[in-house]
Design a protein around this ligand. Structure first.
Ligand SMILES: [Zn+2]
Length: 245
């Protein structure tokens, strides 16, 4: 279920129910104008309708919350299944703090992806990775090709740093250790910080390595698309057009 902005509603019925809604189709991943049909109210609180994609005929369910008087509530329309739009990753502001241009490159890649411009999105991601590696690596490695830069990252970045100095916090004399002397006196702020520390550790030690391994596994087992003209190029040793060195 996904929130639909009022600006996506292109026309309405006289009772305010959405009629034509612009959505990124979750089935064919194209922008399309969906026409709602058969709005049905349920208990004066909610109405539902279905709408078919004019391109692929895939069906989307629309859910509209009501104001209790049979009228549509503004900014209360939802669609299901959700569109495949990607939202910015949590913590993206840290990237902007590291480098504002890198933050903008990430936003451009996301925007291109959400406009279904797959090729330009992928090129922008490559540009992002190059920029990130160059920003994080020492001067002597900045001229390396991207693959070598990525390999060099773990040498130039202290990946153990997030784990340092955690032990002393929990030692009997440490900031958290002292708090445990009187469990009843622990306040919300301390409990919240301790929980956040545990969550970040779990994320760093358990979630991230597992997620990276799973993603790499999926990349490694994905079928390799046959390149257009590959056979011709092999037979004639001709270079692919438009790909200058
Ligand atoms: Zn469609």
């Amino acid at each position: 279920m996904q929130f639909v902005q009022d600006s996506q509603v292109q026309s309405r019925f006289s009772n305010g129910f959405p009629k034509a809604i612009e959505l990124l189709c979750p089935h064919c991943v194209a922008q399309a104008l969906f026409e709602a049909r058969h709005w049905q109210e349920h208990g004066r609180q909610v109405a539902a309708a279905d709408a078919a994609c004019p391109r692929c005929e895939g069906v989307v369910v629309l859910v509209q919350l009501l104001d209790g008087h049979d009228h549509a509530r503004p900014a209360a329309l939802y669609s299901d299944p959700p569109s495949p739009l990607r939202e910015a990753m949590p913590g993206i502001e840290r990237l902007r703090e590291l480098s504002a241009p890198l933050g903008r490159t990430y936003e451009s890649a996301l925007k291109l992806y959400n406009h279904t411009e797959w090729g330009p999105a992928a090129l922008m991601v490559r540009h992002l990775l190059e920029g990130l590696a160059t920003r994080l690596l020492g001067d002597d490695r900045r001229e390396l090709p991207l693959a070598r830069q990525l390999e060099a990252l773990h040498q130039d970045i202290d990946t153990a740093r997030p784990l340092q100095d955690i032990g002393p916090l929990l030692a009997p004399g440490g900031a958290f250790g002292r708090e445990f002397e009187d469990e009843a006196a622990i306040d919300q702020a301390t409990a919240g910080q301790l929980l956040a520390l545990a969550e970040q550790l779990i994320s760093y030690l358990v979630v991230l390595p597992e997620a990276m391994a799973e993603l790499k596994g999926r990349i490694a087992t994905a079928p390799v698309p046959l390149r257009r003209g590959a056979v011709v190029a092999d037979a004639t040793s001709a270079r692919r057009p438009g790909r200058g060195g």
